[in-house]
Design a protein around this ligand. Structure first.
Ligand code: IPD
Ligand code: CA
Ligand code: CA
Length: 254
């Protein structure tokens, strides 16, 4: 774990360097941006991490399809929150998740701009830098702060469902935040800032790092069906566990 953290910290230096530069943006689709820093940081991470986990297959955003589910996998998002990175909004992170037999066994999420290193290993708690973190204990949805994200591409029906979910949640909670990094949304749920986070149409590398961190912080991570989250699944809800059932009811669409 120490070596994995060291690798992520080293790659973070590259992200930090790029954050203050004006980026030449390429488009994977109309809203899905990529910069040379996404590709270069991914290459740095792959080079440093593969020797640490020789039996694991690396599934990384800029060089993999993401449909594969190897028995032992390292999911890498070199810059989660590329739009934020391009616009100098400092909510952006490297995310690395280690999976074995469909189980999240370790996660590291690092925001090098704000010097926040989140990490967790199964059975060893969740950490922000040197401090152990835990989910909130709030059991009242009316007092809950909820995070979400909006997919880059969305079909009409999904858009209708998304607006229904937003309406239900706005009426029943303290408010909604869309900060632009799924990995950090999970970490902010793990440290009790958000009581709940949900999103759909994400890819494994967006969430793999944060899932272990939420669970080790005492939280719950499922799909929208309430079943433990599947890394290739389309839907994710993470929460403090206490309000999980109530939040699932709020986002259930006809
Ligand atoms: C994105 C972020 C965002 C989420 C998007 C993701 P990227 O990742 O996690 O919060 O809403 O759907 O694709 O493209 O910046 O790595
Ligand atoms: Ca991402
Ligand atoms: Ca990314």
């Amino acid at each position: 774990m120490e070596s994995l953290i060291k690798a992520v910290l080293e790659a973070g230096e590259h992200v930090k360097k790029g954050f203050s530069e004006v980026q030449d943006v390429q488009y994977k689709s109309a809203k899905d941006l990529v910069t040379r820093y996404d590709v270069e940081t991914e290459n740095i991470l792959k080079k440093l991490i593969q020797p640490l986990y020789p039996e694991h297959t690396i599934v990384a955003e800029e060089s993999s399809k993401g449909n594969e589910k190897p028995e032992k996998a390292i999911y890498i998002d070199p810059i989660d929150g590329t739009t934020n990175f391009v616009h100098s909004f400092p909510f952006t992170a490297i995310s690395v998740g280690v999976y074995e037999n469909d189980e999240a066994v370790a996660g590291v999420v690092y925001n090098p701009i704000m010097n926040e290193l989140y990490s967790a290993e199964k059975g060893s708690g969740a950490w922000l830098n040197d401090e152990q973190i835990s989910v909130s204990s709030n059991d009242d949805t009316k007092k809950s702060l909820v995070a979400t994200g909006f997919p880059y591409s969305i079909v009409e029906r999904e858009c209708t469902n998304m607006l229904t979910m937003l309406g239900n949640i706005l009426k029943s909670t303290r408010g909604i935040r869309r900060a632009g990094s799924a990995a950090l949304d999970l970490c902010y749920t793990a440290k009790g800032v958000f009581d709940c986070y949900y999103e759909f149409n994400l890819r494994p590398w967006d969430v793999a790092g944060g899932i272990c961190i939420v669970r080790e912080a005492g939280g719950t991570v499922t799909g929208f069906d309430g079943v433990p989250h599947d890394i290739t699944g389309n839907f994710i809800m993470a929460s403090n566990g206490v309000i999980h059932g109530k939040m699932l009811d709020l986002i259930r669409c006809p």
